[in-house]
Design a protein around this ligand. Structure first.
Ligand SMILES: [Zn+2]
Length: 159
């Protein structure tokens, strides 16, 4: 019985499937076989999502045990340059984020300190001016674009 021809899933050319494989979907061209294997790998990884997580730990341990990355970085200078740029950029972003967090905490602490009740009524004017200054400073930290637009909030609360 002759085997019916099929269309290749990737190049759409007609081919005669091998008699031993019932579900052959691509022809025997190397490019089509490569594409089929790649699609099968993607499909397998989608069905087994835990594989990547467990494999990543094993790969990291292996690379550390044999000193893979230091030797790779020595032989691949272009990769090393790109990676150094990426690391520098990431470090700067973390530093900026940490600075913003610290400034925000300081501003919140100062704003909380304005809630203190002033015991001496004669010093009320100074205390109110100080509170307004602190609030203005806090607002300028929260909205730095307001200063860029020419609005100086620090001057608004002056005595
Ligand atoms: Zn093909």
């Amino acid at each position: 019985m002759p085997i019916p021809k099929k269309r290749c899933k990737f190049c759409h050319a007609w081919f005669t499937p091998d008699a031993r494989t019932a579900h052959q979907v691509c022809c025997d061209k190397p490019e089509c076989r490569r594409q089929r294997k790649k699609a099968a790998n993607i499909n397998w990884r989608l069905k087994n999502p835990a594989y990547e997580k467990t494999r990543a730990g094993k790969k990291r341990a292996w690379a550390q045990s044999c000193g893979y990355w230091p030797s790779y970085r020595l032989t691949h200078t272009d990769y090393t340059a790109r990676d150094n740029k990426r690391r520098c950029k990431s470090y700067k972003a973390q530093k900026i984020s940490a600075n913003q967090d610290a400034r925000r905490e300081i501003a919140v602490e100062r704003l909380a300190s304005t809630r203190e009740v002033v015991a001496n009524p004669s010093a009320n004017q100074d205390a109110i001016a100080r509170r307004v200054d602190i609030i203005a400073e806090y607002l300028s930290l929260c909205a730095p674009s307001a200063n860029a637009n020419g609005t100086d909030l620090g001057q608004a609360g002056g005595p």
